[in-house]
Design a protein around this ligand. Structure first.
Ligand code: GUN
Ligand code: FE
Length: 417
């Protein structure tokens, strides 16, 4: 048993923070055992970590991130989606045929996730099995909870990234088999998005999903162009989400819908039916998509909400800054489109960064007793002018914090070096 003495903040619900001061959080076998106002009699003698003025919070979950795009972060941010993909992103991803390059990038990527306090992630690789296999092995070895996808694209893609339908399905099955014994980094089906996937490919992936019990991640109604293109290519479907439903992809495991910015009522009904997560990626939205998720309305509709860095349409791995941006964007949305939209609170955004998104992986994303002790110790954001409450320290960290303010990271109860 190990105790942490000081301030603790986590999401009690999706709308409310729990905040403790001068309390003792007990960790046993990597799990939060209890939170006590005074040192319990039976725990005298246990090791106590003094937090001083620092605050203990849950580690972050990033539900949409492209590992191979890590080297292009912060570049070409003046483009919009189709040009950004064609001119910058596809050429970057083509480089992952080179395993030496892939290894170097993926090592740096995983280190950067951890540096930013992200200990759970849903990750896109590329079409390449060897490179994506290295990525999932790396996450598995680090003990990070992750879902990782070998990307599928068999239409309208540059030659170096264009797969045949059967080749793409075979490679996916090989990838699933290769990591079937993984403990924490698990595979997820990853059709890139409707404009680069044939119907035959999507249905074949649906069959693999059923056979292996594997979920799906993709980009859904991410721009006006993409939403229109999806139904133009699949006219039997009334909306983008229905394409994946009809292909049998939504019923086999977690469903992760990146962006979900322009959903129709039917998109919302379908995503809700399968308990899928809609992942807001605020920086990416501002930079290359130019649309804002109707966050409050989706929450009201009962959709599970999460945040993604979307590296490298987003420029930083910090999910904490995405929580701040989610509040900012909801205010702009509510201002310009008041009909049905309103600002979300900081506690709601923090829950999207931790508790709601962590639920995809199991008992992570909170520090309530029974949750896994995947946590961060944050501090150094106070300036001496004002004394801040623990919840205010967390809010300031999300708005103005940097990796240097994460003073320790704990994974399953162990401090990471
Ligand atoms: N849509 C299809 N591919 C991508 C991608 O790599 N990033 C983003 N943000 N959107 C996409
Ligand atoms: Fe993306």
């Amino acid at each position: 048993m190990k105790l942490y003495h000081g301030s603790i903040v986590f999401s009690r619900t999706d709308e409310e923070l729990a905040s403790y001061t001068d309390s003792y959080l007990a960790v046993e076998n990597g799990t939060v055992e209890g939170i006590y106002p005074t040192l319990p009699e039976n725990l005298r003698g246990a090791e106590v970590v003094e937090l001083g003025g620092d605050v203990l919070i849950p580690a972050f979950s990033d539900l949409h991130v492209h590992a191979p795009q890590y080297p292009q972060r912060g570049l070409a941010m003046d483009e919009l989606l189709p040009q950004w993909l064609a001119l910058h992103t596809f050429p970057q991803e083509a480089r992952f045929a080179d395993i030496a390059y892939a290894r170097a990038v993926y090592d740096a990527f995983v280190d950067d996730l951890v540096a930013h306090g992200t200990l759970h992630a849903v990750v896109f690789g590329t079409i390449h099995n060897e490179a994506t296999g290295y990525l999932i092995d790396r996450l598995e070895k680090r003990g990070l909870d992750a879902y990782v996808g070998k990307v599928n694209m068999d239409l309208d893609s540059p030659a170096e990234l264009l797969e045949t339908t059967q080749g793409s399905l075979r490679a996916t099955e090989d990838f699933l088999a290769r990591c079937s014994a993984n403990r924490c980094a698990r595979p997820i089906l990853t059709p890139r998005f409707a404009p680069t996937c044939s119907w035959e490919l999507l249905c074949g992936l649906g069959e693999l999903g059923k056979k292996y019990g594997v979920g799906v991640q993709t980009h859904v109604v991410e721009s006006i162009w993409e939403a229109a293109e999806a139904v133009r290519r699949f006219p039997a479907c009334s909306c983008d989400t229905e394409i994946y439903e009809r292909a049998g992809l939504l019923e086999n495991g977690p469903v992760v819908a990146a962006h979900f910015i322009f959903p129709s009522p039917e998109d919302i009904r379908i995503l809700k039916r399968y308990g899928g997560w809609a992942v807001q990626c605020p920086d990416a939205t501002v930079s290359i998509i130019a649309g804002i998720m109707p966050t409050a309305a989706l929450g009201d509709a009962g959709i599970r909400l999460a945040l993604g860095s979307d590296l490298a349409a987003g420029h930083s791995a910090g999910i904490y800054s995405q929580a701040a941006r989610a509040v900012q964007l909801s205010k702009i949305k509510g201002f310009y489109e008041p009909d049905g939209n309103r600002a979300i609170s900081f506690p709601r955004a923090f829950s999207m960064a931790t508790r709601q998104s962590g639920a995809l992986f199991g008992r992570v994303g909170s520090l309530e007793p029974g949750y896994r002790f995947d946590a961060l110790r944050i501090g150094g954001v106070e300036d001496g002018f004002e004394s801040l409450s623990p919840a205010e320290i967390v809010e300031r960290f999300c708005y103005a914090g940097e990796t240097k303010h994460i003073r320790a990271r704990y994974l399953v109860g162990e401090e990471l070096g």
